[in-house]
Design a binder for this molecule. Structure first.
Ligand code: NDP
Ligand code: HSE
Length: 399
């Protein structure tokens, strides 16, 4: 029997407990698995296994029989200190905590390699969607050119509620929180920081060097209005929060709301679902799709990592290594290229004098014109709109 502990008995941690409690994974893990410790700040006096709860982390750290620990408490501290000391003690750690992986990943992965233990984080990106393992193994034969994804369940849920049910932003956010999708501080979701950390993790895996999330230009969805949704619809698009990363000479990565062409596969990804389009040089384009947040989808990925770790209990571990990136590894946003949707109060003549072949959407908002530009660098675009009275712009993702 292999002993496993859980740090944090919230949405994800309780899901991990229930999946392991309700199933026998002996065949998959080649060993019986038992949850022997759960660390949480709160008391759970009604829990059928109340005796396995502890408030003392040392009970887990110092139990030499605890082989694998699921860190599902979230946040940076004390999750970092706990994870580091567990790995240093030679224990395997699996996590759903993308903030921790995106911040301390290189150091924690290096300790795991040194100690020949796993530090696995499938649940940190895309909730229940298998994406980390496929990128680390199934796509190894490919050079990854591009990653485009809907990486946050809360914002996709909010946008879908706004688009399909005409709900206002605050009501939709409240529903996302009630469903357990949102972060403890939901500004991480709606300001795009959560998607940014996930994009940093995927980019680091794709290109081997650590992509620091602080180097990724990030915008959230708080400025998106129902009028924007109407403009998008009229022009043949839907609005999504998109994580976009590609590597040419340099890496370019950005998280922002985008007009997504209704013909692009991500346009049909709704509610809490996430999807990640990965373009490899031999595979071409493939899309990974599923529930991006929520108790059981996320816990299923954490439990799969526990099983993986237990299954290879005596083996040399396959490790991930993120080397530091060279200074200047990231392309400046002003050199990135796309089309732009623009709202302004200027006349069509003025717009036509600046932008060739603009595509217009009239009649959405009184005394306002919406249009889509042709492709250009962000630097050129920002220079051109200086002479317009712009009330907002959103980047465009074509099919
Ligand atoms: P919750 O807030 O529901 O759960 C966290 C639990 O950990 C709470 O019970 C909390 O207790 C406990 N906790 C926090 N700090 C400590 C501490 N120092 N010692 C002991 N217990 C502690 O969060 P989630 O389950 O939603 O998320 C957990 C992690 O998984 C986060 O990193 C999140 O980003 C990630 N994640 C979440 C998903 C989701 O759908 N919810 C999906 C994918 C990833 P208390 O409540 O009393 O503070
Ligand atoms: N808050 C996150 C989301 C949880 O909504 O996507 C899953 O990582």
């Amino acid at each position: 029997m292999v002993k496993v502990a859980i740090l944090g008995y919230g949405t994800v941690g309780s899901g991990v407990y229930e999946i392991i409690h309700d199933n026998d994974f002996t065949e998959q893990a080649l060993n019986p698995i038992k949850i022997t410790h759960i660390l949480d700040i709160r008391d759970f006096p009604e829990h059928p296994e109340k005796d396995i709860f502890t408030k003392n982390f040392d009970d887990i750290l110092n139990d030499d029989e605890v082989y694998c620990v699921a860190e599902t408490m979230g946040g940076l501290h004390p999750a970092y200190e706990f994870t580091k000391s567990l790995l240093e003690k030679g224990k395997n750690v699996v996590t759903s905590n993308k903030e921790l992986v995106a911040t301390y990943g290189p150091e924690l992965l290096a300790i795991a390699k040194d100690k020949n233990v796993n530090y696995l984080f499938e649940a940190s990106v895309g909730g229940g969607i298998p994406i980390i393992k496929p990128m680390c193994s199934s796509l190894m034969s490919n050079k990854i050119d591009k990653i485009v994804g809907i990486l946050n369940g809360t914002t996709n849920f909010i946008l879908t509620e706004m688009i399909n049910k005409n709900k206002d932003f605050d009501e939709a956010l409240k529903n996302a929180q009630e469903n357990g999708y949102a972060e403890r501080n939901p500004s991480a979701d709606i300001e795009g920081h959560d998607a940014c950390r996930k994009l940093a993790i995927l980019s680091s895996i794709a290109w081997g060097n650590f992509v620091d999330y602080r180097d990724i230009v990030t915008e959230g969805i708080t400025a998106i209005s129902l009028e924007d949704v109407k403009y998008a619809d009229k022009l043949g698009y839907v609005i999504k929060l998109i994580g976009f990363a590609e590597k040419k000479q340099k890496i370019f990565a950005r998280v922002s709301p985008m007009f997504v062409s209704k013909k692009y596969p991500l346009a049909g990804v709704e509610s809490v679902f996430n999807a990640i389009v990965v373009k490899g040089n031999y595979l071409g384009t493939s899309m990974f799709y599923g529930r991006g947040a929520g108790k059981f989808p996320t816990a299923s990925a954490v439990v799969a990592d526990i099983i993986e770790s237990v299954r290879h209990i005596n083996a040399k571990k396959a490790y991930i290594e993120w080397k530091p990136s060279e200074p200047g590894y990231m392309l400046d946003i002003n050199e990135s290229v796309c089309k732009y949707f623009v709202k302004c109060t200027n006349s069509r003549e003025q717009i036509d004098s600046l932008f060739d072949n603009a595509e217009f959407a009239d009649g959405v908002v009184e005394n306002e014109t919406g249009f889509i530009t042709t492709q250009m660098t962000e630097g050129d675009f920002k220079e051109k709109i200086k002479s317009l009275n712009v009330t907002g712009f959103i980047r465009v993702l074509e099919a």
